[in-house]
Structures are given as structure tokens and as C-alpha cells.
Design a protein around this ligand. Sequence first.
Ligand code: HEM
Length: 135
Amino acid sequence: MISQTPYEAIGGEETIRKLVNAFYLRVAKDPLLRPIFPEDLTLTTQKQFMFLTQFLGGEPLYSNVYGHPMMRARHMRFQITPKRAERWLALMKEAMDEIGMEGPAREYMYQRLIQVAHHMVNSPDDETTNHLASL
Ligand code: HEM
């Protein structure tokens, strides 16, 4: 029996490269996400390419260079609100549509991204903050 990694099933390097490019072009134009990202998204795009490669069972490109992913810890210096997590996921879905990803491998990847995105949330949405402040 041939067993494929999710990395292979989605189309490997070429697909991930296209995906991160399409995704960060959207991030660059998004009013909710743009403010917390660096001006130049080149390195961010490259890091995400490396991370997603290993996340899906490809070579451990990210860890080879940056060490243990510790993604939640690496996101702590940014305000990741539930709204930002939903927007991140929405833009990822749009990027997947744009590059023509489909089928069970895409669905699998997206479900795992939902879990990670929710795990990254470290701040309440503004309404909640205001609500608590007024108590
Ligand atoms: C939930 C919403 C998310 C927001 C708002 C967010 C935001 C950010 C921001 C602002 C950075 C810093 C960019 C930089 O300094 O270059 C970053 C880095 C990164 N994010 Fe996210 N992120 C989210 C979810 C995710 C998810 C779900 C993943 C993985 C599947 C992820 C993977 C990464 C990686 C690999 C980096 C680079 C870390 C490094 O500096 O080495 N992020 N993210």
C-alpha cells in the first residue's frame, strides 16, 4: 500500500509556496491583521513556508533553522483575538480557493489549521475588554 504524507497529498513544495504567497498578499491588505505584522512580509512568508512544510509531514525546515516551533509562545507578543483568528482562517480559505486546492487533503489541512489558530488566541476581542473594564 502506498502511504502519503499530507504534505505529498496537497502537492508538496509547489502548493505550499503558492499558498503562502496568496495568503500573505491578503494579510498585507487586511485592516484587522495588517497592523500586527511587519511592514515587509518576505521573511514571514518564508517562515510560514518552512513551518507548514514540517507541519504537514515534509522536511523539518522550520525547526532546522529556528528550533522548536513553540507557536503559541512565539505569538504571545502579538494580540491574537478571536476575531483575528477567524480572519486568519478566512484568508487562508480564500488563498486555498485561489490556488485551486481541493479534496480531502485540503480539508484535513484546514481542520488542523483551525485547531492551531484557536490555540493561538491570547487576547479577548475589544468588546470583551470594554465590557470587563466597565464592570
Ligand atoms: C490565529 C491567528 C494568527 C495571527 C493573527 C498570527 C499572527 C502572526 C504574526 C503577527 C506573526 C509575526 C510575523 C513576523 O514577525 O514575521 C506570526 C508569525 C508566525 N505565525 Fe502566526 N498568526 C496566527 C496564526 C498562525 C497559525 C494558525 C500558524 C500555523 C499554522 C501560524 C504560524 C506562524 C509562523 C510559523 C510564524 C513565524 C514565527 C517566527 O517568527 O519564527 N500563525 N503570526
